[in-house]
Design a protein around this ligand. Structure first.
Ligand code: LFR
Length: 495
């Protein structure tokens, strides 16, 4: 076995990190070599990503990586959140500043698009939950309001593909990130011509789809010169962060559900083929591309975003509590007081989240949480209940049962959330690894180098390298049952 030094640059919605991965043929070691903020910028009425800054961080990360490894590094791959993109003109210049998916220009756009393509048909064609943030609706909004820009565009590249393009000069659409767009046919794993045609989205914009593990190319000569560095191979990992994270749940051979938690919580199951039925559409399930040819059936849950926004709001008021402190305070709360539906549209945009949580409770006739601790506990209880509801729906849709839940990603550090999830669902929660996304990115790179045979081997390596923690459901089932009935009524899907 060869030893491999590889670099994963993982961009999250609020921060990014560069991780040096050292694979020795049996275990993976991780070291964070750089961490940076990712702060969206409001320019006039638009909410944008600070793209040049994000690209500069990639260059800095490569520089540190080469220094740390004495030039022995073999490859780099990036992964990011889904749905966002940049447009290139004929000469390969970036047209405009990539928008943030929380930008308001897609408000009401799904309803508008439905006049040309019924949303049930769109779902049947792509298997992607109708969310206004999806690429398909962002593009449709641009066609209504800024058509000249689209007319000028030659190529659309999703965020990781765009970063890769500036590194290598190569244009490609990696399958897992492309699948988040709402423009891909999940059966043939290629663009959905019917969707584009119906909505007037020009098919010429879309480059060829490549699978995770594809060797995209080498650093362009100009980039090597700028970095004063030698060769480095750029690989397409499963470049959607969610796909990378799910691939490394250290599961055994039995069925399992997963929750990948960061800003979002993505809960679902891994499959060989999509589940696209009127029922899965009505319940808001999405079918995305995974690593190693898997399809992941999942629900996008607005997870810890609510908590992140509360924390941000409070620090604006001068109260700088850490997540650990907030968790400790919430731990001492009685719990089961009031609940919010994290999917409610009022929680999507950045803003005064504590007030919105209180408003939601008031408007739904519940006790209004008065303290910071009570607000945090309300959010965490609600998430745990949302996970239970999602598990029931997944079991209904797949006619399978999932006796364990694997929880991966940054949210695993919230031990209270892990425990509440085990209690609310009545299933053991196997928690870890925290850095699942970067680990998934690195192990897909290792497989591209021919050092790993597939998903089973990846999961064994993860289990050996990052032993997980287990949370048992305990004995509070009755209380959770009562809370669940209240919660289910609130969210009016299945009881
Ligand atoms: C998680 C994630 C989700 C996607 C959301 C928005 O980071 O990638 O999977 O739905 O961000 O792109």
């Amino acid at each position: 076995n060869k030893t491999l030094n590889m670099l994963a640059v993982d961009y999250g919605a609020s921060s990014g990190r560069a991780m040096l991965g050292h694979y020795d043929g049996s275990r993976l070691q991780l070291r964070e070599i750089r961490r940076f903020e990712n702060e969206p910028v409001r320019l006039g009425s638009g909410l944008h990503w600070d793209f040049p800054r994000l690209y500069a961080e990639l260059l800095h990360s490569i520089r540190s990586f080469q220094r740390e490894t004495g030039g022995s590094g073999v490859s780099v791959a990036v992964d990011t959140w889904g749905v966002d993109f940049g447009l290139l003109d004929r000469n390969g210049s970036l047209l405009g500043i990539p928008y943030h998916y929380r930008d308001g220009r897609t408000n009401g756009v799904p309803e508008l698009a439905a006049e040309r393509l019924p949303l049930e048909r769109l779902y049947a064609l792509t298997g992607i939950e109708i969310m206004q943030i999806n690429t398909v609706f962002q593009l449709y909004a641009m066609l209504q309001r800024n058509k000249p820009l689209v007319d000028l565009a030659d190529t659309l590249l999703f965020t990781p593909d765009l970063l890769n393009y500036f590194l290598t000069g190569e244009r490609a659409a990696e399958y897992s990130i492309a699948s988040t767009s709402g423009l891909l046919d999940p059966y043939v794993r290629d663009w959905s011509g019917e969707t584009m045609k119906a909505l007037g989205i020009p098919a010429r914009l879309f480059p060829d789809v490549v699978m995770p593990g594809n060797v995209l190319g080498e650093l362009a000569p100009s980039v090597r010169e700028e970095l004063q560095t030698g060769r480095l191979t750029v690989i397409n990992a499963a470049s959607h962060d969610t796909a990378s994270a799910i691939a490394v749940a250290p599961a055994g051979s039995g069925p399992f559900a997963y929750i990948s938690t960061g800003t979002w919580s993505l809960m679902g199951v891994e499959r060989e083929s999509p589940v696209i039925t009127p029922e899965s559409g009505r319940l808001g399930y999405t079918n995305e591309g995974g690593a190693f040819g898997k399809t992941v059936l999942l629900k996008n849950i607005m997870g810890l975003w609510l908590l992140q926004e509360c924390k941000r709001h409070w620090s604006g008021e001068g109260v700088n509590w850490s997540y650990a402190q907030l968790q400790e305070l919430a731990e001492r709360e009685p719990g089961h007081q009031s609940f919010v539906d994290p999917a409610h549209p009022s929680f999507l945009a950045p803003g005064d989240m504590p007030r919105r949580v209180q408003d939601y409770c008031r408007e739904t006739g519940q006790a209004v949480p008065q303290t910071k601790a009570a607000i945090v506990r309300c959010i965490l209880d609600s998430l745990a209940l949302k996970f239970r509801q999602t598990l029931e729906e997944l079991e209904l849709l797949t006619r399978q049962s999932f006796p364990v839940i694997h929880m991966v990603g940054g949210g695993v550090q919230n031990e209270l959330l892990c425990r509440l999830t085990a209690e609310a669902t009545g299933r053991p929660v196997i928690a870890g690894p925290v850095e699942a996304t970067a680990i998934g990115n690195l192990l897909v790179q290792a497989s591209a180098h021919g050092e790993i045979s597939g998903l089973n081997e990846i999961r064994e390596i993860v289990g050996r390298s990052f032993p997980p923690a287990t949370y048992e459901p305990g004995h509070t089932g009755n209380q959770w049952q009562a809370s669940y009935e209240k919660y289910a009524k609130l969210t009016r899907t299945i009881a």
